[in-house]
Ligand binder design. Structure first.
Ligand SMILES: C[S@@+](CC[C@H](N)C(=O)[O-])C[C@H]1O[C@@H](n2cnc3c(N)ncnc32)[C@H](O)[C@@H]1O
Length: 382
C-alpha cells in the first residue's frame, strides 16, 4: 500500500513544475518528520552536521563518482580496494551513507548509485558542500552566542555580525576571502557551477528586443560583482550578436581568476566607489544585494543610478520571497546571509521599498525559477 502511494507521488513529481515539485518535497518531509518519536527528533537535529562531514569524507575518497561510474553495485571490499579505505571503515561509511539515502544498499551489502549519489557526483556538489562546511558551518556554530549577546536583534552592521565572531576577525567576509584562497575557490566554483543556463534571467528577459540598434561601441552589459565571469560568458553564448561591450566587474582576487571569455572585458572595480562605466544598457547584479544590509543596498543602488541614463536598465537578479510558506533552502539562505553579512533575503515589498528609497522605479519582475523564487527585477530611472 505504501509503495502504491509512493509511486503515485513519484508520478506526480515527474511532471510537476518547479513550485509543485518543491511543495511535494516539503509535504513529504513534513509527513516523515511528523511520524518521529522524541528521540528520533533529537537524533535527526543533533546529528545533522554529521551528514555534511561524512559527505565530505565521501568526496575525499571519490566515492560518489566511483559508484556513479560503476556498471553495477559494488561490494564493500571492492569499494575499499578502489578508494584505499580500510574495509571495516569503508563498510561503516557506506552503511551510514545508505541510511541517509545518499547511496543505495541491497540485501547482500552491495552499494550502488541512486539519484542523490548522482547529485553528489555533479561538479557543483564538492565546491558547494565544501563552501557550506568550511565557510558557513563555523558561522552557524557562532549564531546562538551572537544573538544572545546582541539581545536577539537582526544584525545590521556587516562588520559586526556572526561572521566576525566566528572567525575572530574585524574584516568583512569578502575581504577575509582574499586571505583564504581555499575558501574563496570553493565559493567561486560554487557560484560558477550552481545554475544551468535554462534557469537564468536570460530565459525570460527580452534581451534582443531591448538592445535592438544599440551602438557597438557602447557598454551593453555590465555585470557588477560578477565573480569570475560565468554570467558574462553565458550572455555572450546566448546572445552572440547583441552589439556593445560586455564588462565583468569584481574585486581584484576574483578578477585575477576571471574566465578569459573572448570579447568580455574583465575589470577590477570596487562597487563602493562610483560606477566608472556610464550609460550602459544593462547594469546587472545577481546575488549581490542579498549580501548587504539595507543601508548598503541603498548606497549601491544610488551609485549605479548615478551612472544610468534614460536608456539604462538596472537588472536585479535575486530571490523574491513570498510572504508565507517560504521553502527551507531559502530560509536557510536568509539566515546564512544574516550570519555572514548582516543581510538577508527579501520580499517584493522590501525590494520595492529599497529601490524607491534610492530614487529608482521597479518596472517589472520576471520570475525565472518559481521553485526557488529567483527573479530578475527591471529597474529604471523614474
Ligand atoms: C554572492 S556573489 C555573486 C556572484 C555572481 N554575481 C553570481 O551570481 O554568481 C557576490 C560577488 O560580489 C563580489 N563583491 C563583493 N564585494 C564587492 C565589492 N566591494 N566590489 C566588487 N565586487 C564585490 C564578490 O567578490 C562576489 O563575486
Amino acid at each position: 500500500m505504501v509503495d502504491a502511494a509512493l509511486d503515485q507521488i513519484k508520478a506526480l513529481a515527474a511532471t510537476a513544475d518547479e513550485s509543485t515539485r518543491h511543495s511535494i518535497m516539503a509535504s513529504l518531509h513534513k509527513l516523515a518528520y511528523s511520524l518521529e518519536l522524541p528521540d528520533e527528533t533529537v537524533h535527526r537535529y543533533g546529528c545533522l552536521p554529521l551528514q555534511t562531514t561524512i559527505i565530505e569524507v565521501g568526496f575525499n575518497l571519490g566515492l560518489f563518482k566511483l559508484l556513479v561510474k560503476s556498471a553495477g553495485p559494488l561490494t564493500v571490499d571492492e569499494v575499499a580496494q578502489k578508494t584505499g579505505a580500510e574495509v571495516l571503515l569503508a563498510g561503516r561509511l557506506l552503511r551510514y551513507l545508505a541510511s541517509i539515502g545518499a547511496v543505495d544498499e541491497d540485501s547482500k551489502r552491495r552499494y550502488a548509485a541512486n539519484a542523490l549519489t548522482e547529485n553528489l557526483a555533479d561538479k557543483v556538489a564538492e565546491p558547494g558542500i565544501r563552501h557550506y562546511l568550511y565557510t558557513c558551518v563555523p558561522q552557524y556554530l557562532a549564531i546562538p552566542e551572537h544573538l544572545k549577546k546582541n539581545g536577539y536583534k537582526s544584525p545590521t552592521d556587516e562588520l559586526h555580525t556572526v561572521f566576525q565572531d566566528a572567525y575572530k576577525t574585524d574584516k568583512h567576509a569578502y575581504a577575509w576571502f582574499g586571505d583564504n584562497p581555499a575558501n574563496l575557490a570553493y565559493f567561486n566554483d560554487f557560484m560558477a557551477l550552481r545554475r544551468e543556463s535554462d534557469l537564468s534571467w536570460l530565459s525570460v528577459y527580452p534581451v534582443e528586443a531591448a538592445t535592438e540598434g544599440w551602438p557597438a561601441e557602447a557598454p551593453v552589459y555590465v555585470n557588477i560583482g560578477g565573480s569570475i565571469g560565468h554570467q558574462c560568458a553565458q550572455f555572450k553564448a546566448v546572445h552572440p550578436n547583441v552589439p556593445g561591450r560586455v564588462i565583468l566587474q569584481d574585486l581584484p582576487h576574483s578578477i585575477a581568476q576571471a574566465l578569459p571569455t573572448p570579447k568580455v572585458e574583465n575589470m577590477v572595480h570596487n562597487f563602493w566607489n562610483p560606477q566608472p562605466v556610464h550609460g550602459a544598457k544593462f547594469y546587472f547584479m545577481r546575488g549581490v544585494l542579498h549580501n548587504h544590509p539595507d543601508l548598503k543596498v541603498q548606497t549601491l543602488l544610488e551609485l549605479t543610478k548615478a551612472a544610468m541614463t534614460a536608456d539604462s536598465v538596472l537588472l536585479i537578479d535575486e530571490m523574491i520571497l513570498p510572504e508565507t510558506g517560504v521553502n527551507v533552502d531559502t530560509t536557510s539562505m536568509d539566515l546564512t546571509m544574516l550570519a555572514a553579512f548582516a543581510s538577508g533575503e527579501r520580499t517584493e515589498a522590501q525590494w520595492r521599498r529599497l529601490i524607491e528609497a534610492a530614487g529608482l522605479k521597479l518596472i517589472k519582475t520576471y520570475v525565472y525559477n518559481g521553485g526557488s523564487y529567483e527573479s530578475v527585477m527591471d529597474v529604471r530611472l523614474p
